[in-house]
Design a protein around this ligand. Structure first.
Ligand SMILES: [Zn+2]
Length: 387
């Protein structure tokens, strides 16, 4: 064990134990100390010590009541104090999970990002999200029950059922009611939203789209999707699938797409498509970080590839822009390099009418990979304001 381990391990263990206690109380409403020991698996002494701390912080109340199925003399139950001005944003990506806690002014109180296994079980990922939410709320010293939670997912969400539709880049999540699943774990209502939609909201509230009410946000990462803000409002379509531009066909005889079609924009211009071309050229398996580093270093082949990808994306955006007449197109996602944005900008201007392109700007997002997370925070704040 290193000196650093000696210094951090007890506090990390304590943090995890607090998180377990808080999660159980949020899920169950009120529990006796004995029930908390059983449900968390922690020792009686640990639960008693954590409960004492939380009571001293004014976050835990002791009430008299009966647990579900309880008999005999009512035990003293522990219950979290309600009422908080905090909101939570959760962003699931193809390979990461990010959680942030903010106050109602939009100030981020705490934020954390961890990798997830894209092919792993949704249960494990949602358990991890619930644990992170509890830990961050605890670290930010706010009440356990946030005023609202918004969760972003990388794929279309059916407006009628809240379930993920086919086309998500998290294959094991298709058909999942992720909002209910997370809500059950953290004891609070959760709204689920497509990540590109959240990117549009995030850039509008905090980033490159401030003050612009007609904008298109295009996320170019593992998949490609667009979020559209029209007249200051998010446009989701009749079923929630508006903006799925990654599955517009751009090659009649192109590669098979995971959606079942072939020649989709995603098969030409996504991170996966880029890496499939770049890896053989460099004789090793390349990552998105490699791609971005090569572009920043001016590698000619990478710049050519990104420009071509931008051209294909720009042609599709041009068709969307011709219909919607936006003021601003914002490019985000992991592949949003200068070369890609320049390729998109050139194609959008080339393939739209001069009167459309003359007053329409194409820019790189200001929030980077945090656009969807900050959009989740913005939507959560808006939900509280209109409640
Ligand atoms: Zn497709």
């Amino acid at each position: 064990m290193t000196d650093a381990d000696r210094g951090t391990r007890p506090s990390r263990l304590r943090e995890l134990s607090r998180s377990l206690v808080l999660t159980e109380l949020a899920r169950s409403g009120a529990l006796s100390q004995a029930s908390l020991v059983r449900s968390t698996g922690l020792s009686r002494a640990t639960v008693a010590s954590i409960a004492a701390d939380l009571r001293a912080e004014g976050r835990l109340a002791v009430i008299q009541g009966t647990e579900p199925g309880g008999r005999g003399r009512p035990p003293a139950l522990l219950q979290l104090c309600s009422g908080t001005d905090a909101v939570v944003g959760v962003d699931f990506g193809h390979s990461h999970l990010t959680v942030a806690v903010a106050d109602l002014a939009g100030t981020i109180l705490d934020e954390e990002r961890v990798p997830i296994d894209v092919h792993g079980s949704p249960d494990d990922a949602l358990d991890a999200a619930a644990s992170m939410v509890a830990t961050l709320l605890d670290r930010a010293r706010v009440g356990q029950a946030p005023a609202h939670v918004v969760m972003g997912v990388p794929g279309p969400v059916d407006l009628r059922t809240g379930r993920l539709r086919s086309g998500t880049v998290l294959p094991t999540w298709e058909g999942l009611d992720a909002g209910s699943e997370l809500s059950r774990r953290i004891g609070c209502a959760v709204t689920v939203e497509n990540d590109a939609n959240l990117g549009a909201v995030g850039e509008h509230r905090f980033g490159a789209g401030r003050g612009v009410d007609h904008l298109i946000f295009v996320k170019v990462s593992t998949g490609i999707g667009a979020g559209m803000l029209l007249g200051g409002k998010l446009y989701r379509g009749s079923r929630g699938t508006a903006g799925e531009i990654g599955h517009v066909q751009v090659r009649d005889d192109g590669a098979l797409c995971r959606c079942g079609s072939r020649g989709c924009l995603e098969t030409v211009s996504s991170a996966g498509a880029a890496l499939a071309l770049l890896s053989p050229a460099h004789g090793r398996t390349m990552t998105v970080d490699d791609l971005v580093a090569l572009a920043a270093g001016g590698d000619p082949g990478t710049l050519r590839l990104l420009t071509d990808m931008g051209t294909a994306i720009g042609r599709v955006i041009a068709a969307v822009a011709a219909n919607l007449d936006p003021e601003l197109v914002i490019i985000g996602g992991t592949v949003a390099t200068d070369a890609l944005v320049a390729g998109i900008r050139a194609a959008v201007h080339r393939y739209t009418q001069p009167y459309v392109s003359a007053e329409m700007t194409v820019v790189r997002g200001a929030l980077g990979e945090r656009a969807s997370l900050l959009g989740a925070i913005a939507l959560a704040i808006a939900a509280v304001a209109t409640a």
